[in-house]
Design a protein. Structure first.
Length: 217
């Protein structure tokens, strides 16, 4: 579901900067050839994802939740660096986790991310996506500001935080809803409570349960 925790945009910039400093990522551990969107600009990566998302929205009823999941799986895997996102969201618990736990956690988070989009974008009534601008963000990120334009309501701002290995292979690591709600910040807060009480294995179970509930709808 859409996050309900609001942050001022100035604070989001501080959160994004701080989380990337804390992540201490390296190129080798973040990107794989299968995940990279090679030689595409940040805006092109987002626009390609939006095109796929819009196509699925137009066929949403015929596809159903599982069909939407299958259709969105590849576009989301290509556009998003989900490994980096969950790595940042789990912080010190990621560093303590063993290899098998990390693999299971990334897989669970990937399924949840795809399921969220499959559940939320479940119909079409004339919506479109518009790219507003691309600008530099903190810690060598690029922010692609877009809008989901609705014929029956005001536009919804969606700002994508993009990270690159070499200024060629850009992927999404966070989305700011209405330009001020960081999904990454919300996940860090939500997951920290689960991790403190139940550890990595407990978080994986919680994520899997959420995924099942979304696909079952």
């Amino acid at each position: 579901s859409l996050p309900d925790m609001r942050y001022p945009l100035a604070r989001i910039r501080r959160i994004v900067g701080a989380t990337f400093i804390a992540a201490a990522f390296t190129a080798a551990s973040i990107f794989t050839a299968a995940e990279a969107s090679a030689n595409e600009s940040p805006a092109a990566v987002v626009e390609s994802f939006h095109a796929n998302l819009l196509a699925v929205m137009k066929e949403a009823s015929d596809l159903g939740p599982k069909g939407r999941y299958e259709r969105l799986s590849t576009p989301i895997n290509q556009a998003f660096n989900l490994r980096l996102t969950i790595r940042i969201a789990t912080g010190s618990f990621w560093r303590k986790a063993n290899k098998e736990q990390r693999v299971r956690l990334v897989d669970a988070f990937r399924r949840l991310s795809i399921s969220n989009y499959a559940a939320q974008f479940d119909g079409y009534s004339g919506q479109s996506f518009r790219t507003v601008e691309t600008r530099q963000g903190p810690q060598k990120t690029v922010l692609v500001q877009t809008q989901l334009v609705r014929p029956d309501g005001g536009p919804i701002g969606l700002t994508y935080v993009m990270k690159s290995r070499n200024e060629k292979d850009w992927q999404i690591v966070d989305v700011l809803l209405d330009d001020d709600i960081s999904q990454l910040a919300v996940r860090r807060s939500e997951y920290r409570r689960i991790l403190d009480n139940h550890g990595i294995d407990g978080l994986i179970t919680t994520i899997d349960d959420k995924t099942k509930s979304l696909i079952a709808k």
